[in-house]
Design a protein around this ligand. Structure first.
Ligand code: NAP
Length: 250
């Protein structure tokens, strides 16, 4: 398995990221499972992959810290010496609030992880993947949100704005590295059953928004992961700079 392609999934310990890690391993990727604090959750994802004969390791690091991002990549360099795929999945949101009640700390945390961290992670991937620098090319998938389109009024407009930044970055980076062997795309999930809603102080949110989804149901992490795995794979070899909505039509 030493020649297998390697993938970094940020925020791979829980929710959508964990589903991406498991499905990527099923698709033949060796997976670096990044997380920030939940050691047990990350270890479980690694154990599940290993139990099925796959290869994975957990790598702790805060996407809000450039130093941590560099150490995540060093761990991958030391272990596998190559990276072929990156899923920029880690994302955070603040509690439900209107803009008039925002403070700088809340906005900065959202932007630091969702935008600055994502761009820095992509920079490190490009430095390693780009044929311009002797790399073998690769694929980057950014996890955006339908919030980039909807705006998330009365909930978290800062988060929605961070996802719009992700989409613009996806387009710009895709054009920048299109000749360098790297494809860059974005998946925009709709509301999905994960812990993120409780983290934002709204554990009941999925049930509340269900009626606004044309398919009248909430997404499962595995359904989002399937779109990501497609974009990572050679089946998407002519797909770059675009957006895949996995949102039940919302
Ligand atoms: P989640 O269940 O809250 O899981 C978050 C994951 O990110 C965990 O693995 C967590 O690690 C990790 N993480 C959080 N902050 C981090 C940081 N600073 N550095 C590194 N890792 C960090 O989230 P999710 O719902 O699966 O969301 C995944 C992505 O999908 C996010 O970008 C989110 O914006 C997007 N999305 C989600 C929904 C939805 O309805 N769920 C809809 C649209 C878009 P620990 O386990 O160590 O805490």
């Amino acid at each position: 398995m030493s020649g297998a392609r390697t993938l970094l999934v940020t925020g791979g310990s829980r929710g959508i990221g964990a589903a991406i890690c498991r499905k990527a391993a099923d698709d033949g990727w060796r997976v670096a499972v990044n997380y920030v604090s939940n050691d047990a959750a990350a270890a479980k994802v690694v154990a599940d992959i290993e139990a099925k004969g796959g290869e994975a390791f957990a790598v702790k690091g805060d996407l809000g810290s450039e130093e941590d991002i560099l150490s995540i990549y060093k761990a991958i360099d030391d272990r596998w010496g190559r990276i072929d795929g990156l899923v920029n999945n880690a994302g955070v949101l603040g509690d439900k609030a209107r803009v008039e009640d925002f403070d700088a700390a809340r906005i900065e945390r959202t932007m630091r992880v969702n935008v600055t961290g994502l761009i820095l992670c992509s920079r490190e991937a490009v430095r390693r993947m780009s044929t311009r620098f002797g790399g073998r090319g690769g694929a980057i998938v950014n996890i955006s949100s339908v919030a980039a389109r909807l705006g998330s009024a009365d909930e978290y407009v800062d988060y929605a704005a961070s996802k719009a930044a992700v989409d613009t970055f996806t387009r710009g980076l895709a054009l920048e590295v299109a000749e360098d062997g790297i494809r860059v795309n974005s998946v925009r999930p709709g509301t999905t059953y994960t812990d993120i809603h409780a983290s934002g102080g709204q554990p009941d949110r999925p049930e509340r928004v269900r009626g606004a989804v044309p398919m009248k149901r909430i997404g499962e992490p595995e359904e989002i992961a399937d779109g990501v795995i497609y974009l990572l794979s050679d089946r998407a070899s002519y797909v770059t700079g675009t957006f895949l909505e996995v949102s039940g039509g919302r």
